[in-house]
Structures are given as C-alpha cells and as structure tokens.
Ligand binder design. Structure first.
Ligand code: THG
Length: 582
C-alpha cells in the first residue's frame, strides 16, 4: 500500500509507525502539516491508498477526508476527544488508558472507530507514557486498522456514547489554570501529576524564587520536608521544593519571557543567583553523607530510600555483572555529565566483576551532545567542542576497556552520537521497539565524532555505513540487527528486556576470559592498522569546521531544534512524492 503520513513532525511515534509499516512492505511518504494547500498538494502528488495522521494537531481538510480514508491516531480511549487527551488522563489519575484509531471527519475526533488498544497507566511523565505505552498501543491499533483497510469490507464503528465500552468524553485543551500548582494545599502526588501531565510540553507555569517559569522533570523527594512551596535544597542542577506532605525534585525549568523565546535548562542554571542561600544539599542528606550512608559517587534516583538525592547516574551489581544506568533528561549528555559518567564507568571497571552493562535511561539510551546547554553557552562553538571531546573521552574509555566485557543495553531510543556511543561496547542489545537514528547530518550537516568512522564500518562495512549516514532515516531495532548494527533484539516491554539483558550478561560473564582475549587481540590489530587517535583527529578536524567554520548550518539547525522553530517544509528524504524524477 501507498501510505501518506500527515503529521506535525516526524516524532518518535511517527518514526516507529513508519518503521513498522515499511517493514511490512508498505511504502510510506511523509508530509508535515504546514498548510492546507501544501497538504492538498502532497495528496495530489502521491495519490496514497491510505492517509494516516500519527501526530496531528490541526484538522485534515474536508477535500482530503471526503475523497479517501484518513486515520487519526488519538492517544485516548474510545470516546475520548480533544487535543489534551493524555494530559487529562494523567491529571485525572486514570487507572487504564488507550489509543484509538479513528477516521477523520468534520467533527474533531468524532469519526468512526477502526481500532482501540488499551494499557494500564504507569506513574510517569506524559512524554514517558507517550514513548512507551502509547507508542506500543498505537503500533497495535494502527497495524490492526491497516490490515482491516487492506482486506476491504470492514465497516468502522460509529462513535456511540450509549455503548458500554465507549467510556471517554470530549475534553477541551488543557489550560495553565488547570495545571496550576497550589503549593499550600496540593500534596506530593497532586504536584507530581500536575508536572507529569505537562512534561515535556508545555510545562507547568509557576513562580520559583520570584521567577516566572515552566516546571519539568519532577521526582518525589522521599523523606525531605519543609515549608510548603519553599525551595529547600539543590543538587546536581535540580531543585527540591517542599509540598504539604513531602517534597519534589524539579530537574528542569524554562523561563517565561515576555515576547522572547526561551528553552529548557537545568533548574539551578535558570535560577542562578536566586539560589544563593539555598543549601546545596538538604541538611538531612548532608548528615547521611557524614555518617557514611552515601557511599558511592553514584546514587539512585527514584529507587526508594529515605532522603534520596537526585542523581542521574546509578550503579548496581548482580553477581559478576555491573549495571551502569544513566538517565539523562531527553537523553542529552552535557560535558559535565559525560565527565561524571566516565568517572562512574572507570569506577565500575575497577570492580571485581566481569561484565559492565551500559544501561542508559528508561526512556532514552542517549542522544549525544546536550544542544540546549550548548545554545545557552557564551560561545556555542567552544561549548560544542568541549562537549564532543567529553563524549569522545567516554567513548574511548569503553573501546579501550580490556578488563571487562561491555554490553550496551538499549531499552530506550538512541540518536546521533548516542548511537555510536552504544557501538563502543563489545555487544549491543536493544528492545525491539527501540528506534535508532544513526546519523548526524540532520543537525545542519554535522560530521559527527564518537569514533563513528571506526565503529560503524567495523560493524556494517564501508558501503552500508555510507548508506546509513546519508539516508538520515530512522532504523528499527530488528532492522538494526539484520544490518549488523546491533547484535541482539529482544521482544517485550522494559521488564522483559531487563530479564533478557541479565541472562545475556550472565552468558558473557561465563565466557569473559575468551571474549577478553579476543578483544585484546582485535584491538591490537585495529590499533596497528590505524590508531584510535587518528580516527578521532580526522573526525574532529571536520567537527572544527562545523563549529568554527564559515558555514553556520550547524548553529542554525541547533537554534531551530532548541527553540522548537516550526518546520517550514518537509525534508526531501521523507517526502517521497516530492522527489525529482519520481
Ligand atoms: N478530523 C479531521 N482532522 C483531524 C481530526 C479529526 N485532525 C487531527 C485531530 N483529529 C486530532 N484531534 C484534535 C482534537 C481537537 C483539537 C485539535 C486536534 C482542538 N484544537 C483547538 C482548535 O483547533 O481550536 C486548539 C487546541 C489548542 O489550543 O491546543 O480542539 O477528527 N478532519
């Protein structure tokens, strides 16, 4: 089938659906929802069998949905309607939620229903639910709908609120008034729901130490208390704010500026001088530290325990296997985070274990450079240079490890430098739902580093390496395995993945002596042929031009990315119908 995606952007859900449909032999072309005229033109050029809207905020013009079937992916249960579906589900504390595929009609989200898939809700942010439960349900519901459409003769179900399984309702766009936190009355659970239902967009508008800003990235701060609303501590860039019955860590803020755009940054950085006088760590935690109850440099986030610190890097051990978790917001890795992760990694290599699992975070494994912090720096070029060198130092440490077998285990997506950082490991395994973006070019023709010129051809060969980096397309985990980009791919959810990774790590631990001998020999040969330092120098010479050279494309692309500047056209590599000579 020829399927046209009409979508606000090629977001993670649209990418995943694109991969699932193309893997099943369908041809998918993409058009961003820029204007009705452009959308009409795309339909006329491509003449699709079916239109799908994976992530669409505006109405599909009547001239299109009257002519052909247009399927809307709606992140809500049957009968749920409106632009803030998931926001309301989280705020209202729904125990179960779902995704409905419905046919576009005149009345928004009131068209006939093609499929629905449900899931139990998890206490997590909107973006985390969207990237996991919503995405899996959307894949199931879209594949079911496409199969029904392909077979023909299926009559979709008209929306009928009289039916017992139609339990949703119309809900308006959620306003900041609906999200507003009342620090004098809201308990921790309520504050968490309010921040989570707005994370990553649009955030909860609030005032922190006199500054109007949007809140993101909240975690309960168990065991900490203070006067409700008061900022009682800061740690690792996050601030801790007391509620009526506890406290929450808030990792990121976006300043609200009148008539001026802003972007998300670590909370402590946005607050700056305003934090003077706030304890760098809560008194309760300082006491714990003095008593030696905070032993390792890495300590859990969200792992329970009294008076927990807010840390993004966590290490745990099971028998001969060390697990290094690094859960960075949006998968972005700043210079400092790279340096801290390198220290944690080196500490792990000094442990009496045989395997180190690089587990990344729950929602992202890594997306490479921290573009928001680079944008905020006095010299974006200098900050980029420092950040890529820190990434490279980390990458080199993993490549050169000969004391342990390393396993990159990707439960979440990886993009750009994050993909190549994963390839530094001896073995790479991913959850089947993971989407890779193993290329840099989309970011203003960035050349890239992280030793990718060594790591990628070594795995897939020179020809495929060029193809993968030129295509600028997402690659699914199964496809990545078939290409040789990764070694293993495990079906199922995060829990199932964790089990499979543990098993694989145990097997690697049992084989460690032989694997390590092989690795040392291979590194010796590779190093003799071309030293790692030469790959790095060549890549960095190109990066220097990207950062400091005459062509500002990287800086422009980064600005557009950080400030979320709306697309003005669909990239040619996605819009098959706009290809010349087609
Ligand atoms: N039919 C058609 N086109 C569609 C849908 C449809 N396009 C996508 C759409 N469903 C997805 N669902 C909605 C439902 C409601 C609104 C937007 C998308 C909505 N929007 C407000 C408006 O347009 O005024 C603005 C909301 C806001 O402020 O964010 O109400 O079923 N043909």
């Amino acid at each position: 089938m020829k399927i046209l995606f009409i979508t606000h952007s090629f977001n993670s859900l649209a990418q995943r659906l694109y991969l699932e449909l193309t893997a099943r032999g369908h041809e998918v072309s993409i058009e961003f929802d820029i204007s009705d005229a452009v959308t009409l033109e795309a339909v006329a050029l491509y003449r699709p069998d079916l239109v799908i809207a994976p992530f669409l905020k505006r109405a599909i013009p009547e001239a299109i949905w009257r002519e052909r079937v247009c399927l809307i992916v709606h992140p809500g249960i049957k009968g749920d309607r409106g632009p803030s579906a998931l926001d309301w589900a989280i705020l209202n504390g729904e125990a179960e939620w779902g995704v409905t595929v419905l046919q576009a009609a005149a009345e928004m989200d009131a068209g006939d229903i093609w499929a629905e898939a449900r899931f139990p809700m998890r206490q997590a942010s909107k973006s985390s639910l969207y990237r996991n439960e919503v995405t899996e349900a959307a894949v199931a519901a879209v594949l079911e709908s496409v199969a029904k459409f392909g077979q023909g003769g299926f009559v979709p179900e008209p929306l009928d609120y009289g039916r017992p399984d139609v339990r949703g309702q119309w809900r308006p766009a959620m306003r900041q008034e609906d999200r507003a936190i009342d620090w004098q009355h809201d308990d921790t659970a309520t504050v968490m729901r309010k921040i989570r239902c707005a994370d990553g967009f649009p955030g909860v508008l609030d005032e922190v130490l006199g500054l109007a800003c949007y809140l993101y990235d909240a975690h309960p701060a168990d065991g900490l208390t203070g006067a409700p609303g008061e900022v009682i501590a800061h740690d690792g860039g996050a601030i801790c704010r007391a509620t009526v019955d506890g406290a929450v860590w808030i990792g990121h803020l976006k300043e609200k500026r009148e008539g001026e755009p802003a972007f998300k940054l670590p909370a402590a950085m946005v607050l700056g001088e305003r934090l003077v006088g706030v304890a760098a760590l809560s008194p309760a935690l300082s006491r714990k530290r003095e008593r030696g109850h905070l032993p390792s440099p890495v300590y859990g986030r969200g792992a329970g325990g009294e008076g927990e610190r807010c840390r993004d890097i966590r290490y745990e051990e099971h028998n001969a296997v060390g697990f290094l978790h690094f859960d960075f917001y949006n998968g972005a890795m700043s210079t400092q985070q790279c340096e801290r992760l390198l220290q944690a990694y080196l500490a792990a290599t000094r442990r009496d274990t045989r395997v180190i699992v690089l587990a990344g975070g729950a929602d992202f494994w890594s997306n490479g450079l921290h573009l928001n912090l680079i944008e905020a720096a006095d010299s974006a070029a200098d900050a980029s240079w420092e950040n890529i060198n820190a990434m490279n130092d980390l990458a080199r440490a993993v490549i050169e490890t000969d004391s342990h077998v390393t396993l990159a285990a990707l439960n979440g997506n990886a993009g750009a430098g994050g993909v190549f950082l994963a390839l530094t490991a001896d073995r790479v395994a991913a959850r089947a739902g993971v989407v890779f973006n193993p290329h840099y070019k989309a970011m203003g023709n960035l050349y890239g580093s992280e030793y990718w010129t060594y790591l990628l051809p070594r795995r897939v060969g020179a020809e495929r390496a060029t193809e993968i980096t030129d295509n600028r397309l997402p690659v699914g985990a199964r496809q990545a395995q078939a290409l040789g980009l990764i070694d293993a791919c495990f079906e199922g959810d995060a829990d199932a993945f964790r089990c499979e990774v543990e098993k694989l790590a145990e097997t690697l631990a049992a084989d460690a002596p032989a694997l390590l001998a092989e690795k040392r020999e291979r590194r010796r040969r590779d190093e003799a042929e071309k030293p790692l330092a030469a790959y790095r120098a060549e890549e960095l010479a190109n990066m220097k031009r990207n950062f400091y050279g005459f062509d500002p494309s990287y800086h422009v692309a980064r600005y557009n990315f950080v400030y979320k500047v709306p697309h003005s056209r669909t990239p040619r590599h996605l819009a098959l119908h706009r290809r010349v000579g087609k």
